[in-house]
Design a protein around this ligand. Structure first.
Ligand code: NAG
Ligand code: CU
Length: 232
């Protein structure tokens, strides 16, 4: 009986992890799971990635998606999460323009091509609890596709970094997905600085190898990993 209880607890712990199978653009959700969002290797296990230098840190994908979602520049986006995003940590979004001659339904997103368009910062609430935007919701934090984003096909990458174990090396957990999008009505900005995945993060980055107590004592000093945000 004790053994069974242990198994059930283990199963519950796995269920507490999450994937992001549906993109929502201006309140309109992707029609079904994994139709414009590339199916991730943790679709069933829900396990995050712990080493931010592995190839899977780019899209964690086990395949491309069939469809492409139109996203007007300036749109508000988020992702539906399969479980509550219960772990503390930032949510970040990146875009990568598909090179001419390549297709958004097959391009792999390799090279220094990714611009960060959004991140989130922690707060300490009235009860002295450390909280993050969208923490404990069944969705990721909102972001805006910058109005100056040039028209064209892009990969959109969402990432939630769970920091509850992050005081140990390679124990932060990365939950992420990439979607195939077409930006319309955009501008003539130049997204950047551009980074590669893997390459953008090291296990020892101060936003990845970090103690939650340190963040709670100075939430504004938290430094999300990766480049500066491009906001258009
Ligand atoms: C997130 O975006 C949705 C849809 O645009 C909006 O209804 C909601 O109020 C936004 N939430 C926050 C916290 O800004
Ligand atoms: Cu977890």
């Amino acid at each position: 009986m004790l053994f069974l209880t242990t198994l059930l607890l283990a199963a519950t712990a796995v269920q507490a992890h999450y994937t992001f199978p549906r993109l929502v653009v201006n309140s309109k959700a992707e029609e079904k799971d994994w139709s414009v969002t590339r199916v991730t290797k943790n679709k069933d296990s829900k396990q995050g990635i712990e080493n931010p230098t592995v190839a899977d840190i780019r899209c964690y994908q086990s395949g491309n998606a069939a469809n492409v979602m139109t996203v007007p520049a300036g749109a508000t986006i988020h992702y539906i999460s399969t479980q509550q995003v219960n772990h503390p940590g930032p949510t970040q979004y990146y875009i990568a323009k598909v090179p001419s001659g390549a297709s958004v339904t097959s391009w792999d997103g390799s090279g220094a091509v990714w611009a960060k368009i959004s991140t989130t910062m922690p707060k300490v609430d009235a009860n002295k609890q450390l909280t993050w935007p969208a923490q404990n919701e069944y969705k990721t934090a909102n972001a805006t596709i910058p109005k100056a984003t040039p028209d064209g096909d892009y990969l959109l990458r969402v990432e939630h970094i769970a920091l509850h174990m992050a005081s140990q090396a390679n124990k932060a957990q990365f939950y992420l997905a990439c979607s195939q999008i077409k930006v319309t009505g955009g501008g003539s900005g130049t997204p950047g600085p551009l980074v590669a995945f893997p390459g953008a993060y090291k296990s020892t980055d101060p936003g990845i190898l970090v103690n939650l107590n340190t963040i709670a004592s100075a939430p504004d000093s938290y430094k999300p990993p990766g480049p500066a945000v491009w906001s258009g």
